[in-house]
Design a protein around this ligand. Structure first.
Ligand SMILES: [Zn+2]
Length: 461
């Protein structure tokens, strides 16, 4: 039997001239900020976002559907408020244990060991109250001091973990520890205490059973593709900030995947934010981010950054539920999905065009597929194609297949020459250096700092 898919990718969206201008301006601004020698030729941007541009033809069907949502913000995004259970972060617990170890004296060992035993259970099982396993673990410690009974009494079944730690630290004297340091704040030097009060408050924030409000954004805004790896304290190899202003050690080895995803007809960017701007969330960093692929009555979920492991956290589930709800709503079908997890099903469903996008779903077992359920049981197993084999160079508009570059080789060359000239080289000199670099393939994603070094090398010759 032949069913027509509810996700009809032939549906068009024609932007008004104003809309098209606004998107072009926003993308230009992104390149101005991130690429100091961006020339703004505009040819590539026009091909993508001008009248009949590739962006509108590939994502038009999704934009048309998104407009039906009451949460659509008019900026190619759907913005939904969501309450999430706070996640317990392992590194915060580890840092606290490390801190405690650093201030612990020999006579306090028993207390340290008891707190350590409790926190290891919290870290491994994300528990918030003392349970039998914790009691068992603490009882199994060989306690040396006379306070054995006190420790056992403090760690009793059903108690809140933070209370237990507070009690033990009080008796042991840990809670008197202070560590005053001078730090800069708004250009002024101020004294701050990095001791117990601060450390314990951070731990409590992390392990207390509270809920946080987050905003979930479902987006096809171009800036959100370019900012897939623009996390609030993380980034990935999709990072487009080649100069690493974001201070994390990623050089954007796969940064062109951002444009490849932007140009296909399947990929949407879904992210959460704690601090948001409902009209322009694309301008603020992402708390978590996950790509979803839509098509053939299916929703495919890829890896959630930065958490990575779906089964440890609720975030993947929360994001998936929001996407399912929204997709059901905008395509007017029941919010009723069958979900299958794993690389096998994802490989069966997905097809990648070219080599620019990274096939995460082949290796990451938490990727999953949601099938829209039909009353007659029909399951659409047609493939969804993601990525594009070639991307448009945002400057000159030529197609290229680079992984680590948003721009084509010729434009990278022009950038290098213009940058070297800004360092004082004449045109011939700058071109000679750029030629040599091109021969070494060193122009592939070279950063201005590197060019500066190369330039110095040449001066010394
Ligand atoms: Zn180019």
């Amino acid at each position: 039997m032949n069913y027509a898919t509810i996700m009809d990718k032939s549906v068009c969206y024609t932007p008004t001239a104003r809309e098209s201008e606004a998107v072009k301006k926003s993308v230009h601004r992104f390149f101005d900020t991130n690429f100091p020698h961006y020339i703004r030729k505009g040819t590539g941007i026009e091909k993508m976002f001008g009248e009949g541009g590739t962006f509108w033809t590939s994502k038009g069907w999704i934009i048309s559907a998104m407009e039906k949502s009451p949460y659509y913000n008019g900026n190619y995004q759907i913005v939904v408020e969501k309450t999430l259970k706070r996640e317990i972060k392992d590194d915060v617990i580890c840092e606290f244990i490390h801190y405690l170890g650093s201030i612990c004296e020999e006579w306090q060992d028993d207390y340290y060991n008891a707190i350590w035993a409790v926190l290891v259970e919290v870290k491994n099982r994300k528990v918030k109250y003392v349970d039998d396993q914790i009691v068992g673990r603490v009882n199994s410690i060989e306690l040396k001091s006379v306070n054995k009974e006190y420790i056992k009494k403090a760690v009793h079944f059903g108690r809140k973990i933070t209370k237990v730690i507070n009690d033990l630290a009080g008796v042991a004297g840990f809670s008197c520890h202070s560590d005053i340091r001078e730090v800069e704040q708004d250009g002024r030097k101020v004294k701050k205490d990095f001791g117990w009060n601060r450390q314990f408050a951070e731990l409590c924030d992390n392990i207390s059973p509270t809920e946080v409000k987050e905003t979930v954004v479902i987006s096809v805004h171009p800036r959100d593709y370019l900012g897939i790896a623009d996390g609030d304290n993380w980034t990935t190899c999709y990072c487009t900030d080649k100069r690493n202003k974001s201070r994390y050690s990623y050089s954007g080895g796969n940064c062109n995947a951002t444009l490849s995803y932007m140009s296909d007809s399947s990929t949407i960017v879904v992210y959460s934010q704690i601090k948001t701007d409902k009209k322009h969330p694309e301008l603020l960093p992402k708390h978590r981010c996950c790509l979803f692929y839509l098509g053939e009555d299916k929703i495919v979920q890829s890896r959630v950054y930065p958490d990575c492991r779906d089964h440890n956290f609720e975030s993947a589930k929360t994001l998936r539920e929001v996407v399912q709800m929204v997709v059901a709503d905008i395509f007017d079908i029941p919010n009723y999905w069958g979900n299958i997890k794993g690389t096998d099903i994802c490989e069966k469903i997905l097809e990648i065009d070219g080599n620019i996008v990274y096939p995460d779903h082949k290796y990451f077992n938490d990727c999953n597929v949601s099938f829209a359920r039909r009353i007659d049981g029909y399951k659409n197993e047609n493939k969804i194609c993601i990525g594009t084999a070639k991307t448009i160079c945002p400057e000159c508009g030529e197609l290229h297949t680079r992984n680590a570059n948003l721009f084509c080789d010729d434009c990278e060359y022009d950038f290098a020459v213009s940058y070297l000239m800004s360092l004082g080289w004449n045109k011939d000199g700058a071109e000679a250096i750029a030629d040599a670099l091109e021969e070494d393939c060193a122009l592939d994603g070279i950063m201005t700092e590197e060019l500066e070094e190369v330039s110095d090398d040449y001066k010394d010759r």
